[in-house]
Design a protein around this ligand. Structure first.
Ligand SMILES: [Fe+2]
Ligand SMILES: [Fe+2]
Length: 269
């Protein structure tokens, strides 16, 4: 199947089955002969039960100690499942938005899209085990809100891989430990599995950051220049900063140090 056709079907799908569309035989059966013209961002369709909830209907993300209660763990996992759904929709869009990007970049995105579909499936399965179907709780549009400011592959890399996914290098192990503390081993292991994949996704980001980096800027300055009010640099960090995971993701010590110590006062005007 052509990458564009696959991505288009996922991005324009109005049901979950189609959003989880695979490619028979996997990536080796994907071709990229006709990447087509660039498609600007617009919010993808969602089935009726997965429309973005208005602010007054959205639920608060639980505090760590509240995760002793199963219903709070469900709320937490439901939020993470929605992150995966938005991630896969965004990955599909990026394939449509950047037809002229390097072929290796596009194939890497396709692989990550498949991973995000799998993560979404795994969260849905875990929720079912806990007695809930995805969509029973309200969903937000956190990641979507940043998409309108993404215009180049470099913006993309800095927003998706180096902000949202990088923050998961801190969030995933943190919540894995929380679930374990409250003896929810299945959810703890799921977070650990996602963490390992996320390292590879951030690695993709760090590789292409270096590729697109202007020679006059450092890696961190390049990253910072692509951040917006929806994804300032501190959104690339989570509750406990994981230096080693970032090294495994190919980020330099200079980048890691700058991110760890960044404060909103450092924001360029
Ligand atoms: Fe994911
Ligand atoms: Fe990811």
């Amino acid at each position: 199947m052509e990458l564009r056709e696959w991505a288009m079907r996922i991005f324009t799908a109005d049901c979950l089955e189609e959003k989880l569309l695979g490619v028979e035989g996997g990536l080796k059966n994907v071709t990229d002969h006709e990447p087509g013209v660039a498609i600007p961002w617009s919010r993808p369709p969602r089935p009726a039960h997965l429309q973005i909830a208005s602010r007054d209907k959205q639920t608060k993300f639980p505090r760590p100690n509240a995760l002793i209660k199963p219903e709070m763990r469900i709320r937490c996992l439901h939020t993470f499942a929605n992150h995966e759904l938005m991630a896969l929709e965004l990955m599909a869009w990026a394939l449509l938005a950047f037809p002229e990007a390097d072929r290796v970049f596009r194939l890497g995105l396709a692989k990550i899209l498949m991973d995000e579909q799998e993560h979404f499936r795994l969260y849905c399965e875990r929720l079912e085990e806990m007695g809930v179907t995805f969509g029973e709780l309200p969903v937000n549009d956190n990641f979507w809100r940043a998409a309108a400011d993404i215009h180049t592959p470099l913006d993309w890399v800095c927003t998706m891989h180096l902000t949202f996914e990088q923050s998961n290098l801190d969030h995933a192990p943190f919540y894995s430990q929380c679930f374990r503390r409250f003896e929810d081993e299945a959810s703890a292991m799921l977070m650990q599995r996602i963490f390992e994949d996320e390292i590879l996704h951030v690695r993709f980001g760090s590789r292409w950051l270096t590729h697109y980096q202007p020679p006059e800027l450092s890696e961190f300055e390049t990253f910072e220049s692509c951040t917006t009010r929806f994804n300032p640099p501190h959104r690339a960090r989570g509750p406990e900063f994981q230096t080693e995971a970032r090294r495994r993701a190919g980020l330099s010590d200079a980048f890691i140090h700058s991110l760890q110590h960044w404060t909103p006062h450092d924001q360029k005007a």
